[in-house]
Design a protein around this ligand. Structure first.
Ligand SMILES: *Cc1c(COP(=O)(O)O)cnc(C)c1O
Length: 502
């Protein structure tokens, strides 16, 4: 399997090279030349596999320049944190057995080392990169640059810390992440890590990082210092492909528990920010996993809802800070890959969209693309009050606490069912532990946390729900702060160069 760019005709490259580069030289994203298929016989076979084996199997279809042994080894190392039968746990909620309502499967993607779903990808990516360094004979050091709206940063730091021949540098919006998210990052140990706050919002940080990647001069300067830039953001193919696996796993979990037979359809609802997670579900669907609708759930920064409903992507609007900060995004980078596939690989058209987005802040897809998108996607959003209401109602019915992002996905999934009367089983991607957004969750549950700091809030939620506090969060109380750098938007490049040369 070879990889090409979304923006121009390039010589197709191997996955190892695509993973090392992160982004194409023309500014486009790497996409596979074709989409591999999975048959129902293969689904049957995967039913008996552990999660690690499923991961190696699916990855093997896309990363054909890696050996089976390599991928199995990486998967065993990356996913040794799943305890029960090494499957990603899915809480299956059925309102009542009598009315036969199809279940919601809350896919708990947050049992990894940082309690965020991004661990699933970011525990795998460093291993894919190490393998890629070997394969390509690359002797330079790789510098991973990350712009984060909260969770990616810590997950990248945890994934890359002390991995030989790599460095990792994370920029986060100053004041734009929760106290716990910040502490998770600024207490990161390892002699190859840097964490810097940027005065601005997430889009500023992401734009800054993109500019650095596109800057020939910076690349030359780093090259002289023996350093090669790469990304761990969800634009990296090596970030995206591990996420495809858990949609297969969720499907098989519905089958294993007798809620569906192989071949039956399910729906998937995803709380969406940069469009990586839901794009992985789109690939799973294209591979032949029986998925009916992909439900793109947004918060009040609902650029994507408007895009899917009208065909116009318009980022020129007010930016809101919400209780779902990982979705506070106005430019969803991975949408570019969707546009590439939906235009039938028309890179000229994709490039035009992206140029218009930069120049005018908007673009519009034609009626044919819009119609095709309608067949696959449903999009809506949940506002702050609806998000809290869902958390409260779900806890009332099932004593099951969910975080705010998961609540947005569930809220929109419920809207979808009401609107369409489509009651197929529904996977809801649960992207963070409720303990990562404790303040908002307590507020939703009507538990007063007035005056309590973030750590006292963990204890209050623990007392109220009886659910254990993830160790990695509990331990932050006593962890030492190691990173206190802050910079202006236009200082990011010099910070990168300084760290690279360190
Ligand atoms: C990153 C993140 C999202 C958004 O995922 P994308 O792949 O960027 O669409 C949603 N919820 C949480 C908790 C996240 O960390």
């Amino acid at each position: 399997m070879k990889y090409i760019s979304t923006r121009s005709k390039i010589k197709p490259i191997d996955s190892a090279e695509a993973i090392l580069k992160g982004i194409a030289d023309d500014g486009g994203l790497f996409v596979p030349e074709s989409i591999p298929k999975v048959s129902s016989e293969e689904l049957e076979k995967m039913l008996k596999m552990r999660y690690e084996q499923r991961a190696a199997y699916i990855l093997g279809k896309f990363l054909t320049d890696y050996t089976e042994d390599e991928l199995s080894e990486y998967a065993e190392l990356a996913y040794n944190w799943f305890d029960v039968n090494t499957r990603i746990p899915m809480a299956i909620l059925v309102r009542s057995a009598e009315n036969q309502e199809a279940p919601f499967g809350i896919l708990e993607l947050w049992h990894g080392p940082t309690s965020a779903f991004k661990d699933v990808a970011l525990q795998m990516l460093p291993r894919l990169m190490t393998g890629a360094l070997k394969k390509t004979g690359e002797t330079r050091e790789i510098l991973i640059l990350v712009a984060t709206s909260g969770d990616t940063g810590k997950a990248a730091l945890a994934g890359f810390a002390d991995i030989p021949q790599t460095k990792v540098m994370v920029f986060y919006p100053d004041g734009g992440v929760s106290k716990i998210q910040r502490l998770q990052m600024v207490t990161q140990t390892g002699n190859n890590v840097n964490v810097t706050a940027v005065k601005g919002n997430f889009d500023d940080a992401q734009t800054g990082v993109k500019k650095i990647f596109a800057d020939e001069k910076i690349r030359e300067e780093l090259d002289k210092a023996g350093v090669k830039l790469s990304s761990a953001n969800s634009i990296n193919w090596g970030r995206l492909v591990p996420q495809i696996v858990y949609y297969f796993s969720a499907y098989l979990e519905f089958v294993r528990t007798g809620k569906m037979k192989i071949g039956d359809l399910m729906n998937v609802s995803v709380p969406t920010g940069n469009f990586g997670n839901i794009l992985a579900a789109y690939y799973a669907r294209k591979m032949g996993l029986p998925i009916n609708k992909l439900i793109c759930a947004s918060n009040i920064n609902h650029v994507l809802t408007d895009f899917f409903q009208t065909g116009v992507y318009n980022r020129r609007r007010e930016f809101h800070k919400t209780i779902t900060p990982s979705m506070d995004i106005l430019i969803s980078s991975n949408l570019e890959r969707l546009l590439f596939h939906e235009t039938g690989g028309d890179f000229k058209q994709v490039k035009k969209f992206m140029t218009e987005l930069t120049a005018k802040g908007q673009y519009k897809v034609d009626a044919k693309i819009k119609k095709n998108l309608d067949k696959v996607f449903f999009a809506d959003y949940a506002d702050e009050a609806e998000t809290k209401d869902i958390i409260k109602k779900l806890y009332g019915s099932f004593k099951y606490p969910i975080d705010t992002h998961t609540a947005v996905a569930l809220g929109v999934a419920v809207k979808y069912r009401r609107k369409t009367k489509d009651t197929l089983p529904m996977v809801v991607a649960s992207t963070a532990s409720p303990y990562k957004f404790t303040g908002a969750v307590l507020d939703a549950l009507g538990q007063s946390a007035a005056g309590a700091d973030d750590f006292a809030q963990l204890d209050i939620l623990n007392k109220f729900t009886g659910r254990p506090i993830p160790k990695n969060l509990d331990n932050l109380k006593d962890a030492k702060i190691l990173h206190e750098d802050v910079c202006e938007k236009d200082e990011m490049a010099e910070r990168v160069i300084a760290f690279a040369k360190k």
